[in-house]
Design a protein around this ligand. Sequence first.
Ligand SMILES: NC(=O)c1ccc[n+]([C@@H]2O[C@H](COP(=O)([O-])OP(=O)(O)OC[C@H]3O[C@@H](n4cnc5c(N)ncnc54)[C@H](O)[C@@H]3O)[C@@H](O)[C@H]2O)c1
Length: 250
Amino acid sequence: MTTDALTPETRTIIVTGGASGVGKALVGRLLDAGHTVVTCDIDEAGLKDLAAAHAGRPLETHVRDVASHEDCDAFMDDVIAAHPEVDGLVNNAGLYLGQPVWEYDDATIERVIAVNVKGPVWLSRRFAGHLLPEKRRGAIVNLASVAGEVGSSDALYGTVKAGVIGLTKSNAMNFAPYIRVNVVSPGLIVDTAIADRIPDYRYAEYKRQEQLDGDIRPEYVADVCVYLLSDASRTLTGALLRSDNGCYPR
Ligand SMILES: NC(=O)c1ccc[n+]([C@@H]2O[C@H](COP(=O)([O-])OP(=O)(O)OC[C@H]3O[C@@H](n4cnc5c(N)ncnc54)[C@H](O)[C@@H]3O)[C@@H](O)[C@H]2O)c1
């Protein structure tokens, strides 16, 4: 059956990388709003802590690696079997190593591409393959970065995040009119494992570039994701929304 909109009663949302940072904040925001959340991460201990923090709430955690095609398929098999009503996907899991391109070996290049681009491709394809045959409405939100728009001192990271923006616009076309696909482009998000890996001189440059005062916290980026999952953003697809305190005006 075709529905006009996502309704609160039917919201079941997949969030990858829910064990820390933006993913963890987003899981909390979505549960607070009454949604069911299924998350995966490679950080088993982090997932256990997350589950304990939200005990008794509709949250499922899976230890899965989005860089593995087999894991993505097995994860989606499990989600679709247990939650055929699933109607949201947030490709949040990301890997940033903060190193110059000459320090990369081939295996690490493959890993960064797989986590940041291949995983979202595989998961989006399975998600759309589940909803589109029945003409069901849904929303995908991808996490890119200012690095994907203006470049990065880590060339691999700049490359994959530009790829996420391209994937978003292309999947928006592919999955229309039923699944909206949008992308969030954050600046430097404090209290994340990724922020801890940014070289000191780049950290200072990012902070200097911000026009607004106050830090960009994981919860604030999660708020933009919540908006893009919700009916409030019903006219947006293929859109890039920033959560960056106005850094690197572009
Ligand atoms: N932190 C920043 O400053 C910043 C800036 C711009 C964009 N981003 C993007 O925002 C998203 C969230 O990042 P964050 O800052 O919360 O980072 P984070 O490192 O705090 O959290 C990322 C989560 O993804 C998980 N993860 C990593 N590889 C995985 C894999 N192969 N399979 C499953 N899970 C995996 C990690 O274990 C972790 O729990 C990422 O896509 C990141 O690239 C972050």
